[in-house]
Write a protein that binds this ligand. Structure first.
Ligand code: C5P
Ligand code: C5P
Ligand code: C5P
Ligand code: ZN
Length: 478
């Protein structure tokens, strides 16, 4: 494809060169990350490889550390496609490449380590923001677009249908800001709309519009706290009962998707009026409205119709050692894998709400420049980052300073997750540096994005880690 015709022209040469290498391979080992973005990255790549007639096998890793890369090298594959990770571990990967273990092809959006390799597709290498403008699934999508139309590929398909999964990945990585996706992500949304697989609507920006009964939808919407409704079941019910909107059908609460457009508008403006009357500031009121990304080929009222619910469903699989289930759902299984994923989702939701309760009950410890909590074995290390992010703004947790969370990984190792906000990043905070440097100072390692990053450190070094992190945050924000 000519760069000018590519969805993101600045990345087209890299995408084309990666695609060329894959097409030269007999078979490919596809390695990806265990979250929503990692799963959708793998699904986009898997579909494109399949359509291009390239045989492959998929594996998932919680963290791509030296051991995981060594295990990948042990597998007898000449070509390894890394999606949604790989850039941050480029130094280790390059050593394996130099040793002749495999040729790496990387489609990622994390901060690259200090090393080079030939087939490397990453927005940060072309001045595009990897935390807000392109996700791993987006990078994978650009690669898929280049794999289409090559000799051997299925001629009927240009892979633009895969834009829907790419958007689920971006939304899952929380790349939407000011209520919508931006930059290269925006170009992918447009291709998905043209291909007829996506639709965007300006709508109430609360989670669960497809599947939650209306009272739960409002009660659980905690991003913008509305007194008398948020975390207040009776309040939410009486608010709904006071509206001139039929919210019940056959004695059952309707969901948002069951309302007509007119009814949705009535409910949304009543909610805004209620929030204003309870003193919610204008800046927060704005956050009540945002863009929803809908997958037009999925059934209305299911977890798959809305990109944000879809991404949570995926996190509910891969973060609980069931990446196979999430991948199957991404690739179109609407039978047993989908049923299984919904069961896993119930468990994930319970864990999220118990996790947030844990943070609210136990509180955070404040240092001069950050706040932290240690969940020990009370929160699973694969979801402690999600909980840290969701807890910002909860009772007793400030949005004015970054949050650091610890959870037990093994007896010897502790998982660390850091989360920040847009304004903190604008003021100079870069958590990928904070996590990386503080972790290395105590004999661990870490990285990620400016706004969200993680690390693994030796158990027992938590307090020293915090001292280092506090100092680095203070340097960045001064
Ligand atoms: O490894 P990966 O890039 O997929 O993980 C990104 C993580 O960063 C996700 O857990 C996502 O929720 C978090 N994030 C965030 N706020 C943002 C962007 C990302 O909490 N604005
Ligand atoms: O689980 P995941 O990181 O994909 O969640 C994305 C966002 O969706 C969360 O930050 C939260 O605001 C919202 N969410 C929610 N209730 C859930 C799961 C997710 O409000 N049960
Ligand atoms: O695990 P958590 O959700 O906190 O990760 C936040 C971000 O930091 C993710 O993008 C993840 O890939 C990255 N990370 C990393 N190195 C680690 C741990 C997390 O790059 N050791
Ligand atoms: Zn990602």
């Amino acid at each position: 494809m000519a760069a000018a015709d590519a969805p993101v022209s600045a990345l087209q040469p890299r995408a084309a060169s990666c695609a060329g290498r894959l097409l030269d391979a007999d078979r490919v080992l596809l390695a990806s990350h265990i979250d929503a973005d990692g799963l959708t990255s793998a699904a986009v790549a898997a579909a494109a490889l399949e359509r291009a007639g390239i045989s492959f096998e998929a594996v998932f890793e919680k963290q791509l550390d030296a051991d995981a890369i060594a295990a990948i090298a042990e597998r007898d594959y000449g070509t390894v496609l890394f999606t949604d990770f790989g850039s941050g571990q480029l130094d280790i990967i390059a050593d394996h490449e130099a040793a002749g273990d495999f040729v790496p092809v990387i489609a990622d959006h994390h901060q690259p380590a200090d090393a080079g390799t030939e087939y490397h597709l990453n927005p940060l290498l072309e001045g595009i923001d990897g935390a807000s403008e392109l996700s791993g699934a987006g990078a994978s999508y650009l690669l898929a677009r280049e794999l289409a139309g090559r000799p051997g590929a299925d001629e009927r398909l240009d892979n633009r249908d895969l834009a829907a999964l790419a958007v689920v990945g971006a939304v899952g990585d929380m790349q939407a800001s000011d209520g919508q996706l931006h930059g290269a992500n925006r170009a992918i949304v447009e291709e998905g709309i043209e291909a007829g697989v996506l639709e965007e609507t300006k709508d109430l920006a609360v989670y669960g519009k497809q599947t939650r009964p209306l009272p739960k939808l409002l009660e659980y919407a905690s991003d913008v706290r509305i007194p008398g409704i948020t975390n207040d079941e009776r309040g939410a019910v009486s608010f709904l009962e006071g509206l001139d909107v039929p919210c019940l059908a056959d004695d059952e609460w309707k969901r948002w998707v069951d309302l007509t457009d007119e009814e949705k508008r009535t409910l949304a403006s009543a909610l805004v009026r209620h929030a204003v009357s309870r003193g919610v500031p204008a800046s927060k009121i704005d956050r009540l409205v945002g863009t929803s990304y809908l997958l037009t080929e999925e059934a209305v009222g299911t977890e798959l119709r809305d990109a944000s619910e879809f991404s949570t469903l995926l996190n509910a699989t891969a973060r609980y050692e069931r990446a196979d289930v999430g991948l199957a759902v991404c690739l179109g299984d609407r039978g047993s894998a989908f049923e299984r994923a919904k069961k896993l989702l119930r468990n994930h939701r319970r864990n999220l709400s118990e996790g947030i309760e844990y943070v609210e009950n136990n509180g955070v410890t404040r240092t001069e420049h950050l706040q932290w909590f240690d969940a020990g074995a009370e929160i699973k290390e694969t979801i402690v980052g999600i909980i840290a992010g969701m807890s910002m703004g909860a009772d007793g947790v400030s949005r004015e300073s970054p949050i650091v969370a610890f959870a037990e990984k093994t007896d010897e190792e502790t998982k660390v997750s850091g989360r920040a906000t847009g304004p903190l990043v604008s003021s100079g905070l870069d958590l990928s540096v904070v996590m990386g440097e503080a972790a290395r100072a105590v004999g661990g390692d870490g990285g990620g994005h400016d706004i969200a990053a993680g690390a693994t450190i030796p158990a027992g070094t938590e307090e020293t880690f915090i001292e280092h992190a506090d100092r680095i945050v203070s340097e960045q924000l001064s």
